[in-house]
Design a protein. Structure first.
Length: 230
C-alpha cells in the first residue's frame, strides 16, 4: 500500500510528539521524492518538531519552503515559528511574525502572544513584553498564567520589581494559578533591587500557598538581603 498525504502527516505528527525532528524532516524529503504534496498540517508538525528540538534555523528554512510551495499558513504555523524563536530570545523575528499575522487574515491567539511575550522576556526586552500584554488586553484576549508568568520574567530581567508585583496581584485578582517559576522571577526582580522585605514576603506566600520553593527562591531572597545591607 502506497503511503499518501494523510499517512505521512500522521507519521510526522508522531515524530513531533516524540521530539524526533530528524525523522520528521526525513519524512518531508520522502514526500517530495514521491511527489506527495505537503500541506499545512505536515509543515506545521515538522516546524514544531524542529522548534522543540532547538533547531531554529531549520524551522525557519521550512517556513520559507512552505511559502515557496504556496502552502497556506495558519495560526499554528505562526505559533510554531514564534516558539522556535523563543528558545533563542530572538524577539525581533517573533515580532515580525506577529506583524505578518496582523497584515494577513490570520488572527493572533493566546498561544502566539504567550510565545512572543516569553521570547521578549528571554531577549531582555521587558518593555516590549509588557506592550504585548497590554495589546492583548485591548484585543480582549483573556490571557492566563503563561502570559503573566512570561511578563513577570520579563520584569525580572528589566529589574522592574514593582511591575512584577503588580502582575502577581493581577494574577491573584483573576484567580490564576501561580507556579514556582513565577514566584522565583518576582523574588529575583525584588532581589536585583535590594527589596529584601518584599522578597521574603514572597517566600512566605509560597509556603502558605504550598508552592514548593527551591535553591533559586532562597538565593534570590538572600541576594536581596545582601544588597539591602550594602
Amino acid at each position: 500500500v502506497e503511503p499518501n498525504a494523510i499517512s505521512f502527516c500522521a507519521a510526522i505528527s508522531a515524530c513531533e510528539k516524540g521530539d524526533e525532528w530528524k525523522w520528521a524532516i526525513w519524512l518531508v524529503s520522502v514526500m517530495a521524492r514521491r511527489t506527495v504534496k505537503s500541506n499545512t498540517i505536515s509543515f506545521n508538525a515538522v516546524i514544531s518538531a524542529c522548534g522543540k528540538g532547538g533547531e531554529r534555523e531549520k524551522a525557519l528554512q521550512l517556513l520559507s519552503l512552505m511559502a515557496l510551495s504556496f502552502v497556506q499558513f495558519d495560526v499554528v504555523t505562526f505559533g510554531a515559528a514564534i516558539s522556535a524563536c523563543e528558545q533563542h530570545g530572538e524577539w525581533e523575528k517573533a515580532l515580525r511574525f506577529l506583524c505578518v499575522m496582523a497584515q494577513g487574515t490570520v488572527e493572533r491567539n493566546l498561544i502566539t502572544l504567550d510565545a512572543a511575550i516569553s521570547t521578549c522576556g528571554k531577549g531582555c526586552e521587558w518593555e516590549t513584553a509588557l506592550q504585548l500584554l497590554e495589546s492583548a488586553a485591548q484585543s480582549k484576549l483573556e490571557y492566563g498564567s503563561i502570559a503573566y508568568s512570561a511578563a513577570v520574567s520579563a520584569c525580572e530581567k528589566g529589574r522592574r520589581w514593582e511591575d512584577a508585583l503588580q502582575f502577581l496581584c493581577r494574577m491573584a485578582e483573576g484567580k490564576l494559578k501561580f507556579n514556582r517559576i513565577t514566584y522565583n522571577s518576582a523574588i529575583s526582580a525584588c532581589g536585583h533591587c535590594g527589596k529584601w522585605e518584599e522578597a521574603l514576603q514572597l517566600v512566605s506566600i509560597m509556603t502558605y500557598s504550598r508552592v514548593e520553593y527551591d535553591a533559586i527562591s532562597f538565593n534570590a531572597a538572600i541576594s536581596a538581603c545582601e544588597k539591602a545591607s550594602k
